[in-house]
Design a protein around this ligand. Structure first.
Ligand code: 5GP
Length: 237
């Protein structure tokens, strides 16, 4: 698989064109960032664990009937995906209160809401991805009504598939962020990777954090935590 022009030169992820104009190669680096890229570091083999977790999750979602941009894993750090026109909107699912929700509403971390909470954010580095609601998403033309309904349906399906899989390997899927996009043929798909960079994973037994919060809050052992998520998921994949 030959990499061609760079389409997205991110810190943790780089996206390249391929010989097929409808396909892209997503490459995972060992770099980690937080707080809108203010904090940066290298974590050995992080790219391998993130690509591995992302590929396994995308395959599990596709097997469960969720359309995604994923085609196949190409190497330890690379995956082949369909090129998508990504909607500039993040969908966050929260099964347990943590992070910005705990801060914003003054709710203790770890509280389990009566039902999962869904947040929408407008994707903008300059504005730090502000939270929006369905009305903003429709009024700003980010999505139409049909796509918004499909996005919620698919997001609930993603959670329904992943939550029990992670529970089986002793991990609580606390929350995660996903994005959606349209393929060249117009199909709406999940066009994102779910990894310890984009989700919160807590060990059920110990409560240990196995995700980017270790880096955000200087807790150390970041690579080990990412490897734990990778190893446990692999054990049931
Ligand atoms: P929070 O709103 O608590 O900061 O994040 C909720 C969840 O979504 C966390 O798992 C977090 O990692 C993920 N998330 C939210 N926004 C972003 C983002 O811009 N980039 C990444 N990588 N993850 C995000």
């Amino acid at each position: 698989m030959n990499k061609r022009e760079i389409i997205h030169d991110g810190v943790s992820i780089k996206i390249y064109g391929t010989e097929n104009p409808e396909q892209v190669l997503i490459h995972f680096t060992d770099e980690i960032t937080a707080y809108n890229k203010i904090k940066k570091a290298m974590i050995t083999d992080k790219g391998i664990y993130c690509n591995g977790v992302s590929c396994m999750i995308s395959q599990l979602l596709q097997d469960g009937g969720v359309p995604t941009h994923f085609i196949r894993q190409i190497s330890s750090r690379d995956q082949l995906c369909w090129r998508a026109s990504v909607i500039p909107m993040e969908v966050i699912v929260r099964n347990v209160v943590a992070g910005s929700l705990a801060q914003r509403l003054g709710i203790p971390e770890g509280l389990i809401p009566k039902e999962p909470i869904y947040d929408l954010c407008y994707k903008s580095d300059d504005l730090c991805d502000p939270i929006i609601n369905d009305y903003h998403a429709l009024a700003l033309g980010l999505v139409n009504r049909t796509d918004l309904e499909t996005i919620y349906t698919m997001t609930k399906q993603v959670n329904a598939i992943l939550f029990p899989i992670f529970r089986k390997v002793g991990i609580t899927l606390v929350d995660f962020k996903i994005e959606f996009g349209h393929l060249a043929d117009g199909r709406l798909v999940m066009s994102d990777d779910i990894t310890p960079d984009t989700a919160r994973f807590w060990d059920i037994e110990t409560g240990n954090k196995l995700d980017k919060d270790r880096f955000r809050h200087d807790k150390g052992h970041v690579g080990e935590a990412y490897k734990t998520v990778y190893d446990r998921l692999k054990s049931v994949f």
